[in-house]
Design a protein around this ligand. Structure first.
Ligand code: BDR
Ligand code: CA
Length: 313
């Protein structure tokens, strides 16, 4: 089976850092580059975090590019409460010795996709600003990207940013709208499924026993978000939001995925950033994307733990 190649578009971020490590731990996929966007933390901090995590994992060969530092129309929103002051919870990594590449994220996406049309996937686990910009600036990528896997949205689930909206989509709903209607095949991996995949405190104890810099990082980063989720949302564990979007690329059998008419509210009201599906096809439109609405949750967590434990030993 051929290795799935992908670009990780991300706002690192605790869940994002876990996804970078999960990618490095998975031989089924090849991460070609990391493109950074404003989201959990300001873009510049996200770049530092991406570089530091790669260095920690001994993967400095992976290019990191700076991307959009604000949403298309809306003012910047970050998530310091969820991810801590530097974006990685209780973990404090040394300043990276490496630097981002010269190209802008949007240029790097264009370059990589057009080098090998039909072969590059995008796993987008932050606000969709970089991807929307790439679609507008280089429309030729529309027919050339293999597929986009998006962590974002809440379909039959409440929001985690507002009562209705999920963080990534809420940050830049206009970008999400551009991507959903771009014609690039995409799969939405919303809170409906990611909030089922919980790494528990007991799971985390397995990393505590390993005692390497990598296991130490995983514990310190995850514990922070775990405390946040239990205090603010009564969720007892670290939801594996972003890692599950990567799993959609190479472990589809874990997810129940349906083709749907998907859209997002870009109006400036109470439901701004709400993603929704036209389940009864009121609008008589063809499906524009797929959404994962159910998951074999514990199977995924076990697979994730197995990979991450092996990597951190
Ligand atoms: C998403 O929002 C961010 O806080 C996480 O990194 C994840 O991508 C979950 O709603
Ligand atoms: Ca993220």
């Amino acid at each position: 089976k051929r290795m799935k190649r992908f670009i990780l578009d991300t706002d690192p971020g605790i869940y994002d850092a876990l996804t970078i490590l999960y990618a490095l731990a998975s031989p089924e996929v090849k991460m070609e580059a990391i493109t950074v966007v404003n989201g959990n933390c300001p873009m510049e901090q996200g770049v530092i975090n991406a570089l530091s995590v790669l260095e920690l994992a001994g993967a400095v060969h992976i290019p990191v590019a700076k991307g959009m530092d604000k949403p298309l129309l809306l003012p910047v929103v970050n998530a310091e409460v969820t991810h801590g002051k530097n974006g990685l919870g209780y973990a404090e990594l040394p300043a990276p010795r490496t630097s981002p590449v010269k190209e802008h994220a949007v240029e790097l996406i264009h370059e990589l996709v057009m080098q090998d049309p039909g072969q590059i996937n995008i796993v987008a686990i932050g606000p969709l600003t970089n991807i929307a910009m790439a679609v507008r600036l280089y429309p030729q990528i529309v027919g050339a990207v293999e597929h986009i896997y998006i962590m974002g949205g809440a379909i039959n689930h409440c929001g985690n940013m507002t009562p209705l909206a999920e963080f990534n989509i809420y940050c830049d709903p206009h970008a999400a709208s551009i991507v959903f209607h771009s014609g690039i095949p995409f799969t939405l991996v919303p809170l409906d499924v990611t909030y089922q995949t919980l790494m528990t405190a007991e799971d985390l104890r397995r990393f505590e026993a390993i005692k390497t810099p990598l296991s130490d990082f995983i514990v310190k980063a995850s514990r922070y978000v775990m405390e946040y989720l239990s205090e603010s949302q009564e969720i007892m564990g670290c939801a594996l939001n972003d890692p599950l979007a990567l799993a959609a690329l190479f472990k589809k059998d874990l997810l129940e995925i349906s083709p749907l008419v998907l859209d997002v509210d870009t109006n400036y009201g109470v439901s701004m950033g709400k993603t929704f599906a036209d389940f009864y096809n009121y609008e008589q439109k063809p499906a524009n994307g797929d959404a994962a609405l159910d998951v074999k949750a514990r199977d995924f967590v076990d697979h994730f733990l197995e990979r991450m434990i092996k990597l951190s030993q």
